[in-house]
Design a protein around this ligand. Structure first.
Ligand code: PHE
Length: 448
């Protein structure tokens, strides 16, 4: 096992770290899932509940992860071994396994974004979408195993290549380019969407607060979405924190990352719904909204191919800056604990994850047996997002709030040299509020 030596890679700047962590958080989850959940769960009312939850529990767990990682200067498993030992490294283990599983299906859906960038300019594609055939086109695409696996391979290759280039020269460098680009594209798409005739109906669907739709289920949906969206519960922020300089101040970093993630989620709704409603379409959920409804919407706009391309490019940037963080969790473990080189870990693990994802790629076209009634892709998503992440979140908060408390306090205040006004609140959220709230999502969310 290597120690937290002086030769460990580091982020080049605070800005670079924030872009990488925000890149991990802002992903496919923000762009298609958040807007739809908000629209269906009481609009502005959902947005307010989501904000309250991520700014309290989300920030608290994010800060706990960053503190654990920075203090240990090691991967998720090594960090728990070094700071406490006993059974705690199992929490890191769960994170590494979650990294393998989430990336296996994430790479499949992310591959579609590359395909749809190309399709935006393929003659006849948008015309067919405008004629109401977007659903058939999507169905034909996902049930063609050769194509889906080829795009998945291309996306995984890009992910591996960036991680192989390392922290400063790979992950940080590309996040610093892609994250600002992502926000610029988002603003261009919003400007287009809200100036369409009839955009107001979309804004109303998305934002008009309807408190009658708020139930226990709404709060649950908001909390679950928050965890996945903030990349919490699997050691991602432990791993990224381990490359952070001891001089940086953690609480403000955690708040900035949560704010950027939440802004991206909120803004994507402003880009999507006004356009959907302006063309008289019904908002569908999940992949349907992204890969079926939106192509038909773009098809009806002037210069639709350009906007369609920009949208899928945005989705690609969101996806790849998340996928590299998932792979890095696994790579850091094999590097720190087993002494593998970065090159070996990136290529071997990336390849293994690609192969692990092939059943997910095949499952949507019905080319792979279902697991208890779910497509293989959905089953892996369910197990990792609804079982492993919440369990990880509970143990990480308990660890910071009870087991490792004295050191945790030192770490978030840089050994007492920085005051952290919300320190006591943070501790109690880690001790009681977060574990109970997450346990509640966990039990409720377990319905298959
Ligand atoms: N946060 C990413 C998203 O919203 C997904 C993710 C989860 C990435 C867990 C890393 C770890 O799409």
């Amino acid at each position: 096992m290597s120690e937290n030596g002086a030769d460990r890679e580091q982020w080049g700047s605070r800005f670079g770290f924030i872009m990488a962590a925000a890149g991990s958080a802002i992903g496919l989850g923000n762009i298609w899932r958040f807007p739809y959940l908000a629209g269906m769960n009481g609009g502005g009312a959902f947005v307010v509940i989501y904000l309250l939850l991520v700014l309290s529990i989300g920030v608290a767990v994010m800060l706990a992860e960053m503190a654990i990682g920075r203090s240990a200067g090691l991967n998720a498993v090594g960090a728990f071994k070094k700071l406490k030992g006993g059974a705690w490294p199992l929490v890191g283990w769960m994170g590494v396994i979650a990294g393998f599983l989430i990336l296996s299906f994430y790479g499949v859906v992310a591959g579609w974004t590359i395909a749809y960038m190309i399709k935006s300019f393929t003659p006849g594609f948008l015309e067919a979408a405008a004629a109401g055939k977007a659903g058939d086109l999507f169905g034909a695409f996902v049930s063609n195993p050769g194509q889906v696996v080829a795009y998945q391979a291309l996306f995984m290759f890009a992910t591996i290549w960036i991680v192989y280039r390392g922290i400063g020269g790979g992950i940080e460098k590309y996040c610093k380019l892609m994250m600002p680009a992502l926000f610029i594209i988002l603003l261009i798409l919003i400007a287009r969407a809200v100036t369409l005739d009839g955009a107001g109906k979309g804004l109303e669907f998305y934002l008009k607060p309807d408190f009658s739709k708020v139930t226990g289920g709404t709060v649950l949906a908001a909390l679950g979405q928050g965890f996945f969206s903030l990349s919490l519960g699997m050691g991602c922020m432990i791993t990224y924190g381990s490359y952070l300089s001891k001089k940086e101040v953690l609480p403000s970093a955690a708040i900035t990352v949560v704010s950027l993630d939440t802004s991206a989620a909120f803004l994507s709704g402003l880009a999507i719904f006004p356009a959907v409603f302006a063309f008289g379409m019904e908002p569908a959920s999940g992949p349907g909204l992204t890969f079926i409804t939106l192509p038909s919407v773009f098809a009806k706009m002037p210069m639709g191919a350009v906007f369609s391309f920009l949208f899928f490019l945005l989705l690609f940037f969101a996806a790849i800056t998340s996928s590299i963080s998932l792979l890095e969790v696994c790579v850091a473990y094999f590097k720190d604990e087993l002494g593998w080189s970065r090159a070996k870990a990136s290529w071997v693990l990336g390849l293994v994850i690609f192969v692990l994802g092939v059943p997910s790629a095949l499952s949507l076209g019905g080319h792979f047996p279902k697991i208890a009634g779910k497509d293989f892709l959905d089953a892996v998503d369910f197990f990792s997002s609804n079982v492993l992440l919440p369990l990880g979140g509970i143990f990480i908060s308990l660890f910071a709030g009870w087991v490792w408390l004295d050191s945790a306090r030192k770490e978030v205040t840089n050994q007492g040299s920085h005051s952290f006004a919300l320190e006591v609140a943070w501790i109690w959220v880690c001790r009681v509020v977060a574990p109970l709230a997450i346990a509640w999502i966990f039990v409720k969310g377990l319905k298959w």
